[in-house]
Ligand binder design. Structure first.
Ligand code: SF4
Length: 405
């Protein structure tokens, strides 16, 4: 089994108005070199707790990782190698970038260190909308960054944000036209999500129009062989994000840095753990615990003794099954009843089958390839309701207990 690693770099030039990621204006917090040195300590401190040693994808997200010195980012890759992690020969290594934060020298440096994918937080080519979002870059910055990536023949993904305040279908069509002219091989399309009370909720397209927007995106991208392989992600064949796929296909991932989440498939039904969102708490946890010997930390209760109980969750069978159904149904490849039978036993697979058949009557899911199920168009629009119907309680599996493996 191989591992995916996520590293959170919580620095931005300024905060966008809609952002709810853990990220801060660079000038207001701990200098990046101090933060990175904590991440290096975290790797050393917890590395022996992660059983999988072979890394299949490495993703630097944030925040704006391209904002801090490239040497700091690369020192994290080097620390993983020093601690005995090995990288697959085709390990997907991605850096999230914002327009106007890279130059050819920096890119060369990343390429030498093994980076082979960039994810560009472009959002829109409309300067009026960029300003409304509080984005720091201009459309021209995006054009120059994409031009540079194309000139160097690099693999990149484009982040598109839609249903912005005052954005019309025509504005979106214009964004898509310009985006596709650059020819990204991967694109993530996100509908702006803010609470109704948020100032950016004013002037957004109503729900019906948001659906039309999504349909327009799908249609335009299909014409460029950008196939929808997940609810919000499109790619040319073979350019799907290995890293993101690991989140949706029950693979272990290790999250490093502020607020980063981890999931390990083993032991038992799997375990989730996460880091705090505040610098001082993160620093305390990394520094104080680094002084404790591992043997003491591991004593009797497994690796998760490292973490306060509010930062970990040892999954039960019904929680693991719920996660499995929700994540698989996001994918075009869908959910396999057989995979559920192998991991949770026949009674659980039969119970799932009954629920799916009932959802099929509502027109929200459809079956294909004998044992597989996927969301219909209607089901994609109402995915939250489908997921609710496929949320298992402990009592649901208790009834099946004697044969649950
Ligand atoms: S650039 Fe991205 S991470 Fe930074 S504030 Fe804007 S939305 Fe948030």
């Amino acid at each position: 089994m191989s591992l995916s690693v996520y590293v959170h770099i919580p620095y931005c030039i300024q905060r966008c108005r809609y952002c709810d990621f853990t990220t801060f204006e660079q000038s207001k917090i701990m200098p990046p070199q101090d933060y990175v040195s904590l991440v290096l300590q975290e790797i050393r401190q917890r590395q022996s707790l992660v059983l999988e040693r072979q890394i299949r994808s490495l993703y630097f997200g944030g925040g704006t990782p391209s904002l801090i010195p490239a040497e700091l980012i690369v020192s994290i890759v080097e620390e993983l190698a020093k601690c005995g992690f090995e990288f697959d020969s085709n390990c997907e290594t991605t850096l999230e970038i914002n327009p106007a934060t890279l130059n050819p020298q920096k890119i060369e440096f990343y390429l030498k260190a093994g980076f082979n994918r960039f994810s560009v937080g472009a959002q829109t080519f409309n300067d009026r909308l960029l300003k409304a979002c509080g984005r720091e870059h201009s459309a021209q910055d995006t054009r120059e960054t994409l031009g540079l990536l194309n000139q160097m023949e690099l693999n990149y993904s484009f982040d598109l944000l839609f249903a912005l305040p005052g954005q019309s279908l025509e504005d979106l069509r214009e964004d898509l036209r310009e985006t596709l002219d650059f020819g990204p091989k991967h694109l993530s399309a996100y509908c702006l999500t803010v609470p109704e009370s948020h100032p950016m909720a004013l002037g957004r397209a109503p729900e019906g129009e948001q659906i039309e927007m999504f349909e327009l995106i799908e249609e335009e991208l299909k014409g460029q062989q950008l196939d929808k392989y997940e609810l919000s992600n499109f790619a040319q064949r073979g350019r799907e994000s290995l890293h993101n796929l690991s989140y949706w296909t029950d693979q272990s991932f290790w999250g490093l840095g502020l607020s980063a989440h981890s999931y390990l498939r083993e032991p038992g039904w799997g375990v989730r753990f996460w880091n705090p969102k505040g610098f001082s708490e993160y620093q305390d946890q990394v520094q104080v615990r680094a002084k404790q010997p591992h043997t003491e930390l591991l004593d009797g209760v497994g690796p998760y003794a490292l973490l306060p109980s509010a930062q970990k969750e040892i999954l039960k069978a019904h929680e693991a099954l719920t996660d499995f159904c929700h994540t698989r149904l996001r994918l075009k490849d869908g959910l396999s009843e057989d995979a559920v039978r192998i991991k949770w036993g026949r009674p659980a697979a039969d119970s799932l089958s009954l629920r799916l058949k009932s959802l099929r009557k509502s027109g929200w899911v459809e079956s294909f390839d004998n044992d597989r199920w996927r969301l219909t168009r209607q089901g994609q629009i109402l995915s939250n309701q489908v997921f609710l119907a496929l949320t298992y309680l402990a009592s649901d599996l208790e009834r099946l207990e004697p044969t649950v493996v």
